[in-house]
Design a protein around this ligand. Sequence first.
Ligand SMILES: *Cc1c(COP(=O)(O)O)cnc(C)c1O
Length: 495
Amino acid sequence: MQYYSTRNKGLRYTAAEAIKLGLSREGGLLTPCDFPHITEKFLRELTTLSYQERTARVLELYLTDYSREELLQFAENAYNVEKFDTKEIAPVRTLNEHTCCLELWHGPTSAFKDMALQMLPQLLSAALRKTGEEQKACILAATSGDTGKAAMEGFADVKQTRIMVFYPENGVSAIQEAQMVTQEGMNVGVCAVKGNFDDAQTGVKRIFSDEEIREQLAERGFFLSSANSINWGRILPQVVYYISAYCDLLKTGKIATGKRVNFCVPTGNFGDILAAYYAKRMGLPVGMLICASNRNHVLTDFLSTGVYDRNRTFHTTSSPSMDILVSSNLERLLFDLSGGNDQEIHGYMKSLAEEGRYQVSQQILTELRTQFWGGFCDETGTTETIARYYREYGYVMDPHTAVAAQVLEQYRAATGDKTPAVIVSTASPYKFCDCVLTAIGEEPVGEGVALLDQLYAATGMPIPARLAALEGKKRRFHDTCEQAEMNRAVLDFLR
Ligand SMILES: *Cc1c(COP(=O)(O)O)cnc(C)c1O
């Protein structure tokens, strides 16, 4: 299987090259040239397999330059009971007759980013070997909280790599900051940036396009790479859990062979829901893909009008990983829906860069509307939903998951669609103790790690061991810099 760029179909890459590059030279996203097809028989076979085996069986369809044995080994290294607190890895919980929750936060950092970031470092290391790369990868990430920690956890002590994470000084939750500044590993670095997430993100993007620093890095034996969801090696492992969830529903008799399910996904950068679309594209029986947003509902508006417009106020919400105005992975979807028209996509992205907006063709809009439904949930709706699901089902949700749960209700009310639906649950409620405690009617006492015990006392839900272990853990990183000093921070880190 080969890969090409959404903005230039002329150049072709192997899977290993695509994963190593992260992003195409002209700024496009690397995307498979065609999609493998899965059958009912394939799905039936998968139902009897473990999550690790399912992973190898799905990944080998795309990563044709990796062997099944290799992929199975990676999956076993990534998803095991030392790292995950359940042997099911990505369990599906039943809420009611028509609704389930796919829990993706049982990994080492308690957010769904682990599902991909436990695999990516291994795929990347193998890619370096396969392409005969002698330089070391310097991975840079700007994070609003979850990506940075999950990326460091995945890359910690991985040979031939260094990883540096920048987070906004006052823009992440107390737990998230504690998780990052206590990170272990000889090859990791963390630095707070004065400003908000956009400042950190802009700083990282500037480093990527700075020829001078690339040269300085090359002299020290490094090339730049990305752990963000623009990397194909992050999207692909996410396709697996949609297929796996479907197999679990088949296995437990919740759905019959060939019957469709809907997925409702809390969305930020559009990576997670794109993986659901790819699973559908491969032939998984999926009905509607429901795209859930918070107050930053640029995607809801886009799905209703066909106009993507980032010129609007940015809101900080209780679901910070969805506080985003430019959803990078939408580009891959539009590329596919346009029938692979790289010139058309190039035009949209140019317009986004220059004017902050673009309008898609009628053809794309029609196609979008048959497969996607968009809705958003505000702050009151989020806390009200956490409270209600706790009351009705004894189920504790984090704010991102609650946004999805509420948008699913809106979808059902608006369409009357009774297809069984899976809510994608992206974070442990323990990452957002403050918000969850308040929602269920408890007054938070103290802050950060101190609230873990309070949430436990209130709900009886087990505290993820690694979050509990943060208490009293030694802080390793203390640096703060201005955006303009980020280059220097990277060079110092690689000294
Ligand atoms: C990253 C993240 C999301 C958004 O996922 P995208 O792939 O960016 O759409 C949702 N919830 C949580 C908890 C996240 O960390």
